[in-house]
Design a protein around this ligand. Structure first.
Ligand code: MEV
Length: 320
């Protein structure tokens, strides 16, 4: 039976979440691990497109109403069929598996959708650019996240570290000049990005001057952050991440669990640490200048109660 698989990386925002929704620049990187994988296979007897979500144990026949977990894939399939006459509305199936924890700031929903589009287009030999994948994924994100800035779909679809500002083409970063390591710690608490973004919007509505000043203070970190990233000046990038964490705390999106992990990583010698993504739970990230430092930070995160940890070497691509 013919089949075609494709993958997509997770993502980490190093600087600028929340402020990026308000037009400030943010810095984000794809993470090779964890990642999502989608497979398209022939299913010639089927009159619809079945979906299997392997991690969740969900199977949907493609004909009955989609369960909530399969809804984004139902939409992705419809979008792919609409986009190209080469993609039929029956006779194949889509299965997805992902090691990216959901609702924790690593872009799990975005990555599975990107992997699904890539697998569908390669199976049916539909030419596609990363930009097309990014746009299609963005349409799906809008449905469950309301007003996404576009940073998640962009960094995951392009698969390279970027400076991102709403409404402008992403700027790619060059490979860092020295080795650096990112250590991610998951608080174990899931969050809903849309709710946190809406809460920040409500708070800003009550005190726009204060919030806009915080967004600006966050936004100015990304330019120097990109320079430090490319030069491999990890101490400097770490300091910027620490400053960003202070400002995110002022925005009210940190949490006790996040603070515990951030403190644990710093005490273990990390060069900087902050929450990553929407906050109020989800993940934090720590930056280390060498593999031994990353190992120490990971150990400290585990000892402090992290539900999951991931270590990745910083690089200029999501590919191996
Ligand atoms: C989510 O990964 C990052 C936020 O800035 C929301 C967005 O950019 O859409 C919190």
């Amino acid at each position: 039976m013919r089949r075609e698989s494709a993958e997509a990386s997770s993502k980490l925002i190093l600087l600028g979440e929340h402020a990026v929704v308000y037009g400030q620049t943010a810095l984000a990187v794809p993470l090779k691990d964890p990642r999502a994988r989608a497979t398209v296979a022939q299913d010639s007897r089927s009159r619809s497109v079945a979906v299997e979500l392997k991690d969740l144990g969900v199977r949907w026949d493609g004909a009955s109403p989609a369960p909530p977990e399969a809804e984004p894939f139902a939409r992705a399939i419809r979008a792919a069929v609409k986009r190209s006459a080469a993609v039929p509305a029956q006779g194949w199936k889509l299965s997805v598996r992902s090691s990216i924890p959901a609702g924790c700031g690593l872009g799990s929903g975005t990555a599975v959708a990107a992997a699904a589009f890539r697998a569908i287009f390669s199976y049916f030999s539909v030419p596609h650019t990363p930009q097309v994948i990014s746009e299609l994924v963005y349409e799906i994100e809008k449905l469950h996240h309301g007003t996404p800035s576009g940073i998640d779909n962009t960094v995951i679809a392009l698969g390279r570290p970027i400076l991102f500002k709403r409404g402008e083409p992403a700027r790619f970063l060059k490979a860092p000049r020295s080795r650096g390591f990112l250590v991610v710690g998951h608080t174990g608490r899931r969050h809903r990005t849309s709710e946190i973004v809406a809460e920040v919007a409500r708070a800003r509505g009550k005190d726009p001057a204060r919030y806009d000043a915080l967004f600006r203070d966050i936004g100015v970190l990304s330019g120097p952050g990109a320079e430090a990233f490319q030069a491999g000046r990890w101490q400097e990038l770490g300091r910027l991440m620490d400053r960003n964490q202070e400002l995110l705390d002022d925005l009210g999106v940190s949490s006790r669990e996040l603070d515990v992990l951030v403190d644990a990583a710093r005490s273990a010698g990390a060069l900087g640490a902050k929450l990553s993504g929407a906050g109020r739970g989800g993940c934090m990230a720590a930056l280390c200048g060498d593999a031994a430092g990353a190992e120490r930070a990971e150990k400290a995160l585990k000892a402090a109660g992290a539900a999951a940890t991931f270590v990745t070497e910083v690089s200029d691509s999501a590919q191996d």
